[in-house]
Design a protein around this ligand. Structure first.
Ligand code: ADP
Length: 468
């Protein structure tokens, strides 16, 4: 048996070092949040686990590296092992515990009207969350036009055991849909009380088992199913899907208003069919203008979860029963869905952990005054205008900065002065990610980093004072 050697370092010193690492979604350090588990010290070897609130954390690897570096820099430590784990927190209530006791979060996906891609988004988000490591269910409550079995390629109906429905498992997602039970092509006429019974059955009469997220594909608009669902169990929060045109006609607003009236938080807005992505050259055409959903979300204080392009591949893969996140995971569209899935999970974490600590700068609006310029308006009234080049060379990802020493790996002279962002996507409520014209897209720019990189004279002076 291996003998343990006397440590020269105390657990408090390690915890103190780990206090530097913040969970960016929650804005608090991982020690205060109780995320550091199983701390073991054996001589100069230290190991511990960091238990996050979701497996779908985009900065998981970065946090692991930061924690590793912080502890390795302590005197008396020569070897550090960090294990990243997760435990999704959920909403709790007696009603929910009676009907779906093992489901942590029930998340309806809604839209103001039909045809905006709500079912396509629900299916891809469900598969995306499952691929990121979460336990996921998808309830197709769109009783008037259930399309989830088709999109998910689920042809065999669920089985029943002792009067309980056993959901169909497809691409790692547990699925139940009216489409499995209603004859194909026949329109079903539902009255309010019958709808309430279906929702009851789909909640309490299904063997969902342990789930981190149960997504519910709602019928479009604001009707009886929405009402029934919101009254039956407390929902963690809703995701609202909209198209750019929809926003212009205030259709998405109605769905948001409905949830507010039903006291269900809105976890965020997804803009679908935003811009057309050409299959051949990858060029993006902003048919209905860009940034509308982001601006709308900011003005109505609803989180913006991201945008999904209008893409032929999204439609064909859905028609074939093999959603794009599953069939073409490396495509730009699949990556856009995965980012929305991460942002949705981040919103759930924030909500279930009691909100964000807000001692950090917050962005009010992002614009591109020209192709290779980015303008950020901050909530405190500050304005930053960056060149694409300055932001690109300021990237702190593991490819651009050495993770152990913190020294720059990127050679600035290798970057073209004309580099420009092709897309700008939110990461939780604390960062953005650029997809650069030189193909680079791994950097996550936290709001703090963006503020640090602001070239205005006041911020530049502050930055210089910090390095002095
Ligand atoms: P809803 O559930 O809102 O009624 P669906 O998800 O059924 O809408 O989508 C309607 C149609 O639009 C489907 O043919 C679907 O494949 C297509 N679609 C949805 N999102 C996109 C997208 N981003 N790009 C291309 N086609 C899409």
């Amino acid at each position: 048996m291996k003998e343990r050697t006397e440590p020269t370092i105390a657990p408090e010193d390690i915890r103190a070092a780990l206090c530097q690492i913040k969970d960016p979604d929650l804005g608090r350090d991982i020690v205060t949040l109780g995320f550091v588990k199983n701390l073991q010290i054996d001589g100069e070897n230290v190991s511990f686990a960091i238990e996050l609130t979701t497996p779908a954390c985009p900065v998981r690897d970065q946090m692991k590296e930061d924690a590793h570096r912080a502890v390795l820099s302590l005197p008396g430590v020569t070897n550090v092992e960090v294990e990243m784990t997760s435990k999704v927190r959920g909403t709790q209530s007696e009603q929910k515990d009676e009907l779906v006791p093992l489901v942590k979060n029930v998340i309806p996906v809604a839209s103001g009207k039909g045809g905006v891609g709500k079912s396509t988004v629900s299916a891809n988000l469900a598969v995306g969350l499952a691929r990121l490591g979460a336990r996921v269910g998808l309830m197709d409550a769109d009783v008037y036009g259930p399309s989830i079995p088709t999109i998910m390629g689920a042809t065999t109906p669920p089985t029943a055991e002792n009067g309980t429905i056993v959901p169909v498992l497809r691409y790692g997602v547990k699925i139940v849909s009216m489409g499995f039970f209603a004859p194909k092509g026949e329109a079903t006429i539902w009255r309010g009380p019958m709808l309430a019974k279906v929702i009851d059955k789909f909640l309490g009469g299904v063997e969902w088992g342990e789930l981190d997220y149960l997504l519910v594909d709602l019928p479009p608009g604001t009707g009886d199913v929405q009402l029934s669902l919101c009254q039956k169990i407390p929902l963690t929060g809703a995701a609202v899907v909209s198209t750019p045109q929809d926003l212009a006609f205030n259709v998405a607003e109605k769905a948001i208003f409905m949830f507010t009236k039903l006291r269900t938080p809105v976890l965020g807005l997804v803009e679908n069919m935003s811009g057309f992505e050409c299959r051949r050259c990858g060029h993006r055409e902003e048919i209905f203008g860009s940034g509308g959903a982001r601006r709308f979300a900011a003005a109505s204080e609803v989180p913006f979860l991201g945008e999904i392009p209008l893409s032929t591949d999204i439609r064909t893969t859905s028609d074939e029963g093999n959603p794009i996140v599953q069939s073409m995971p490396e495509s730009l569209s699949a990556r856009a869905f995965l980012r929305v899935a991460e942002n949705l999970a981040a919103q759930v974490s924030t909500l279930t952990m009691g909100g964000v600590s807000t001692d950090r700068p917050e962005i009010a609006e992002i614009a591109q005054p020209s192709e290779n310029e980015v303008q950020i308006l901050w909530k405190d009234g500050h304005e930053s205008i960056y060149t694409g080049y300055a932001l690109r060379v300021g990237c702190r990802c593991a490819l651009c900065v050495d993770e152990i020493s913190g020294n720059k790996r990127l050679r600035e002279e290798s970057i073209s002065k004309d580099v420009r962002p092709l897309s700008i996507d939110p990461v939780g409520r604390y960062a953005i990610r650029f997809h650069w014209s030189d193909g680079h897209s791994t950097g996550i720019y936290t709001f703090e980093l963006l503020r640090e990189l602001c070239p205005c004279p006041i911020c530049a002076d502050n930055a210089e004072a910090r390095t002095r």
